[in-house]
Design a binder for this molecule. Structure first.
Ligand SMILES: Nc1ncnc2c1ncn2[C@@H]1O[C@H](COP(=O)(O)OP(=O)(O)OP(=O)(O)O)[C@@H](O)[C@H]1O
Length: 547
């Protein structure tokens, strides 16, 4: 068994560890540079810019499609012919960084694509810039799926540094070969080198486990490194570690419920201090759509729509599926751009400038939305999955409007009280019911103190018993004087709360008027047919519920 002693002797040899250190230095440098360039390449590939994505595609294709060995030799031996000469260490760092960038770019791109795009749309609708959305919402979520692949790639990179021996980089494998060349002790020397590689790659795996835990939104955010290790090793009970998932979802003492008057007063107080200094003319329409056209391909979705909404008015938009109702809202807040016509909100274009004959989109759409005060609530809630309920609400006030974190938290807690969710501030969205998520969505939209709220079928993804809680919050907003455009199939809500009902069909406004006029006494055959069909469905649903 004397060979064990020999392996240990080589394992502790300073000569081999100097080689290991060099391999580690090349890996860290290449990883650092590779990740930075990889992120830039991934963003370029996703940019939609044909030139950028084309050039970066070629880069990835070239670097992934040629052997690492060839790349090293090319930079070391061929580039000096055109005056570019690097020493062997620099050559190794350049070659490995370039390859790492190509692989990392694809891993990062995959991670970004795995994040639901609707969250980015929601962030943008709150006025967050693309950079903020990427940094705060998309990348933190993408990183969770990126990390395992990236750790694997880092381990491969560390092992690949042995290839650098061909250009005389004196790293671990090269040094092992030098010893073997003198002693011919193949087994013990290579076994020792293997152990050193294993130790280094194990450290990467440990780092991966730690980072995965840190990025787990379900973790207990106050846990220590010790409790993390105990949790990972399955000893959570020993240290009393509680993960977010094991904590009780219901608070011990339910917070006091606010009366409708109290809720309305809080909303009025919050909305009375809008960030915009621009006064609202009470006599001019707050939203003005003029001769609005929108097509997708050959299909005309909106055809010459004229619609004015007065400050404080609640407009309910009804109509069959596919008639263009959601498209109208998306055009008003400029999530989609108009083909022709004009939209102003508070007298301003949202992300457009006047061009020759028609509006031209500008790059300031998020900024305009934030300044004008347009907010939107989505059918599928689109809450930020990596942030708690409280953080979801605080995010836009802090990032977009520069509100101090303490002030933003106070505002968020007030809004949670209004929507009746004070006890859920620290929960992640996926732990809430649909109705609760939608109420958080409304609180989040309100936190930017908007002057116009757009609701895109806010209750249609909810079970019937959860619809009431969302509608009650929307009633509070209407009572507080909020200007609202609500796409809905909730006839009772439209009848009770809306000042005006607009009926859409096939991209046209068929008729509009008070709820009593349009819902109870429709003039057009198309409206009557739609209401009859809806009435039938409601009656069926009622029968099912009764049964
Ligand atoms: N990005 C898009 N690309 C292509 N077609 C689209 C796009 N967005 C919407 N459409 C189409 O435009 C039409 C109108 O869609 P829209 O979502 O505005 O309808 P809607 O009246 O809100 O319907 P629903 O009540 O079912 O949500 C639909 O036929 C839809 O398929």
């Amino acid at each position: 068994m004397h060979w064990i002693g020999e392996v240990l002797g080589y394992f502790t040899s300073a000569f081999l560890w100097k080689g290991a250190l060099l391999a580690l230095q090349i890996t860290v440098c290449a990883l650092f540079l590779g990740l930075i360039f990889g992120l830039l390449i991934a963003l370029a590939r996703l940019s939609g810019n044909l030139l950028l994505s084309g050039v970066t595609w070629v880069y990835v294709w070239l670097l992934r499609g040629t052997p690492q060995l060839l790349q090293l030799v090319f930079i070391f031996d061929a580039l000096p012919a055109i005056g570019l000469k690097f020493n062997s260490f620099t050559t190794a760092v350049i070659a490995f960084s370039m390859t790492e960038a190509a692989y990392a770019a694809e891993i990062i791109r995959g991670g970004i694509l795995s994040v639901n795009r609707d969250q980015a749309i929601a962030a943008s609708s709150l006025g967050m810039s693309r950079g903020q959305t990427l940094r705060r919402i998309v990348l933190p979520q993408a990183l969770r799926s990126i990390l395992p692949a990236l750790a694997g790639q880092s381990i491969t990179l560390l092992k690949m540094t042995s290839v650098a021996s061909v250009i005389f980089v004196n790293e671990l494998t090269f040094r092992s070969q030098q010893i073997v060349g003198q002693t011919f002790e193949f087994f013990t020397v290579f076994a020792a080198a293997g152990l050193i590689y294993l130790l280094m790659t194990s450290l990467i795996s440990l780092g991966q486990a730690y980072l995965e835990y840190r990025m787990d939104p379900d973790r207990d955010r106050n846990s220590s490194l010790l409790s993390l290790l105990c949790t990972r090793l399955g000893f959570a009970k020993l240290v009393g570690t509680k993960t977010e998932a094991t904590k009780p979802a219901v608070p011990a003492k339910p917070p006091a419920k606010l009366s409708p008057e109290e809720r309305t007063a809080i909303v009025q107080r919050i909305l009375s201090t809008h960030h915009s200094r621009e006064p609202v003319d009470p006599d001019a329409p707050f939203v003005r759509c003029q001769k609005l056209w929108k097509s997708y391909g050959d299909r005309e979705i909106l055809k010459a729509i004229y619609l004015d909404v007065q400050p404080g008015e609640v407009v309910a938009v009804l109509g069959p599926s596919g008639s263009g109702k959601s498209t109208l809202l998306r055009l008003i807040t400029h999530i989609e751009s108009i083909d022709d016509g004009e939209i102003t909100v508070g007298g301003r274009y949202v992300g457009y400038a006047k061009g020759v004959g028609k509006l031209v989109p500008t790059r300031h759409v998020e900024r305009d939305r934030a300044q004008i005060g347009v907010s939107m609530v989505f059918q599928n809630f689109n809450l930020f999955a990596n942030l708690t309920v409280l953080e979801n609400i605080m995010e836009a006030p802090i990032r977009v409007h520069g509100v101090a974190p303490e002030e933003a938290e106070a505002l968020a807690r007030d809004l949670l009280a209004v929507v009746g969710l004070s006890g859920h501030a620290d929960h992640l969205p996926h732990r809430l019911s649909g109705g609760q998520q939608q109420r958080v969505g409304i609180a989040r939209a309100l936190a930017i103190r908007p002057r116009l709220m757009l609701f895109d079928e806010p209750t249609s993804a909810l079970d019937p018993e959860l619809v009431g809680e969302v509608l009650s919050v929307m009633r509070t907003l209407a009572d507080a004087g909020m200007t609202m455009i609500v796409v809905t199939h909730e006839m009772d809500f439209a009848r009770e709360v809306a000042d005006r009902v607009v009926f859409f069909d096939e991209g046209e406004i068929v008729e509009q008027g008070t709820p009593a006029e349009v819902i109870d006494n429709p003039q057009k055959a198309r409206t009557r047919a739609f209401l009859r069909r809806l009435g039938g469905k409601e009656a069926d649903a009622q029968t099912e519920a009764d049964a």
